[in-house]
Design a protein. Structure first.
Length: 344
């Protein structure tokens, strides 16, 4: 089992300076690098203070100057917002600038709020089809002189400029949930990223089952699979209890953004009342305590051992939570010091 960090800037109040949030982001990422994590993943989102990440390549190139060993991954590029030639070239340039440390996670996107603003009229089905057309083109463009005549893109012979530093280009990961997405990724030789979100261990098992089913129908090498999960390592039971309450609030806001029904001003969604949060039983603290990777170090070790036994190759510590930077750092430090050594 290898370990990585999944992190973004997140702003809960207009009183928080973006510069301070970025300092906090860098601090957490440097801790992951110094602690021996394999990779840092950061994604792409637009117009949302909930997740501030307009171009992950910018963040990753800067992180390369603040870290030494960690791999630097997009978690994830929203494929339908990119032209394949532009994506191939920017990924290659980032790989060159970071000394060959880039890994490329790609998804169709999830927020209709972003679709409405970036690609008006596009739905999730079309977004998925655009991802499936774009992603296999990247290696062909890195090889060079590739022409394409497809449903969404048509271009004469084209070559990524520059070329990636890594031979054959950065490793590609597909964010997958349904069986068809797993099959698409595996059959194209891509690694797989999955997240059960708040849906618990049954979903962790289901996602691995879909991956195994896809691998069973593929004659090539078995790709890697990464589990992305909200994680908190508490100092004691009271600290863990506080974390479940904070993550309950986070997931209530996550759901509100996903539903795309509340007004948004200056990138901040209309505040949820305490009554609305309390009424969301699905995201209740007691449910998330069971369904997320939360607990004292020993409890978190036991949970991740179960994931390892299922066959997951990498566990990514999803740190976005609405918690203070100090609480995030303390939890990640305990994970590095007390949890990771159990998997050496």
């Amino acid at each position: 089992m290898e370990f990585s960090l999944f992190a973004h800037m997140e702003r809960l109040s207009p009183d928080e300076p973006h510069a301070k949030l970025y300092e906090d982001f860098l601090s957490i990422c440097k801790l992951a690098d110094e602690g021996g994590m394999r990779a840092i993943w950061t994604g792409e989102h637009h117009g949302m203070e909930f997740t501030i990440a307009p171009n992950p390549f910018l963040s990753l190139v800067d992180l390369a100057h603040h870290t030494k060993n960690v791999r630097l991954g997009t978690g994830t590029i929203v494929a339908p917002f990119w032209h394949p030639i532009k994506l191939a070239g920017e990924a290659a340039a980032a790989d060159l600038m970071t000394g060959g440390r880039i890994e490329l996670g790609i998804a169709r996107g999830a927020y209709s709020y972003e679709y409405e603003r970036m690609m008006p009229g596009m739905d999730a089905w079309e977004a998925g089809q655009r991802m499936r057309e774009t992603t296999p083109l990247l290696r062909k463009l890195w090889d060079g002189d590739h022409a394409h005549d497809g449903e969404f893109f048509n271009f004469p012979a084209s070559t990524s400029s520059p070329k990636p530093l890594q031979e054959n280009g950065p490793p590609i990961w597909i964010a997958a949930r349904d069986p068809n997405s797993h099959e698409f990724g595996v059959h194209n030789g891509f690694n797989i990223q999955v997240t059960p979100l708040w849906q618990g261990h049954d979903e962790v098992e289901t996602l691995m089952g879909r991956f195994n089913d896809a691998c069973a129908t593929f004659d090539g090498p078995r790709p890697k699979i990464m589990l992305l999960h909200h994680t908190y390592v508490g100092s004691d039971s009271d600290d863990v209890c506080r974390a479940t309450q904070e993550l309950s609030r986070f997931y209530c806001y996550f759901g509100a953004w996903f539903q795309n029904k509340r007004p948004v001003s200056q990138g901040l969604i209309a505040e949820l009342s305490e009554e609305e949060i309390a009424a969301n039983k699905m995201m209740a603290p007691e449910n998330l305590a069971m369904d997320l990777t939360i607990g004292t170090a020993g409890e978190v070790i036991d949970r991740i051992k179960r994931y390892e036994d299922l066959g997951y190759d990498e566990f990514s510590f999803w740190i976005d939570s609405g918690m203070s930077a100090e609480r995030k750092r303390a939890s990640l430090s305990r994970f590095i010091d007390d949890v990771m050594p159990a998997f050496s």
